[in-house]
Design a protein around this ligand. Structure first.
Ligand SMILES: O=C(O)CCC(=O)C(=O)O
Length: 295
């Protein structure tokens, strides 16, 4: 569907200006979309899982842990495949306003793709280098949208998401080194040609929602505040978008229709996309392990 087709469907949650901003610049930041009760449950469930991480000593299917992780000081970088960690996370994906926000941005027929929760501890130096999500999990079209929900206040010091306006309409860049090995990020040489100074920080209170198109260049710097910066990330697409390589972090719900009707046609966007590694063959840790290994 074109933005015009999508906008011809009545809005469920977002204002026309918010939907239009997403199509114009490739992302939009919104406050007040997720009711407090949902946010309270999201934080409680996240905290319970952080607590449960105290007994683990190595990253596994659920947790990507940092080098300083200990029972006393859990250092979880990412909770993986969120919807398989606790039934609440799937309820949040389907029953909260999130899937309706997705419908406002991809059209009425919506499919769930994946979910995770990045923590970004202060003092950990964790950065997320500049990247475009579609490079890791390409689809037949570019409808996939990542909806990030901040679980606490995010100021410039917390290492907010930063998005490059208009980059969703620009080129896709290889996320590999000179040998063709996956790095999970845009090369320094390519970054020289991108006006990173135009990056827009997604800031806001707990519950702030940021929608990022899968082509949009984004990243985040280290957290220099004194608080953890937890952010849940849920990916949805139009139902007529199909992943053409194995997903890096599949969940038991990947591919489930969450709004509307199943597609009768696949929609194929002719703009080419670099081919990612076959994650089924080489495995995928997280963006942190991929980007760290190759820096
Ligand atoms: O956690 C962040 O700041 C960025 C998250 C992100 O872009 C990703 O995990 O792909």
């Amino acid at each position: 569907m074109t933005p015009q087709d999508i906008l011809s469907h009545p809005s469920r949650i977002l204002t026309t200006a918010q939907r239009q901003a997403y199509f114009d610049v490739g992302f939009v930041t919104m406050e007040g979309v997720i009711p407090t009760e949902w946010m309270d449950r999201l934080r409680q469930t996240s905290n319970a899982l952080l607590d449960a991480s105290r007994t683990i000593t190595a990253s596994n299917a659920a947790y990507d842990i940092g080098p300083a992780h200990s029972p006393e000081q859990p250092h979880v970088r990412r909770l993986k495949a969120l919807v398989d960690r606790d039934p609440f996370f799937w309820e949040f994906a389907t029953e909260s306003p999130l899937a309706d926000v997705a419908a406002d941005l991809v059209g009425p027929d919506v499919k769930f793709h994946s979910s995770k929760l990045n923590y970004k501890r202060p003092g950990s130096g964790e950065i997320v280098k500049w990247h475009q999500d579609t490079l890791a999990w390409p689809h037949t079209n570019y409808s996939p949208v990542t909806l990030g929900v901040y679980l606490g206040e995010v100021t410039p010091a917390h290492g907010p998401l930063v998005c490059i306006p208009g980059s969703h309409d620009g080129p896709l860049y290889f996320h590999t080194d000179a040998n063709g090995t996956w790095t999970g990020s845009i090369s320094d040489a390519d970054l020289e040609g991108i006006d990173l100074a135009r990056g827009t920080e997604a800031l806001g209170n707990s519950g702030t929602l940021v929608a990022i198109n899968c082509r949009t260049i984004h990243g985040s710097r280290a957290n220099s505040s004194s608080q953890v910066r937890p952010m849940a990330l849920y990916v949805y697409s139009s139902a007529d978008a199909f992943g053409w390589m194995p997903p890096p972090s599949p969940t038991s719900k990947t591919g489930e229709l969450v709004r509307g009707a199943p597609p009768r046609f696949a929609h194929v966007d002719p703009r080419p996309c670099p081919v990612p590694p076959n994650w089924d063959e080489i495995g995928y840790g997280s963006i942190f392990t991929a980007q760290a290994e190759k820096s």
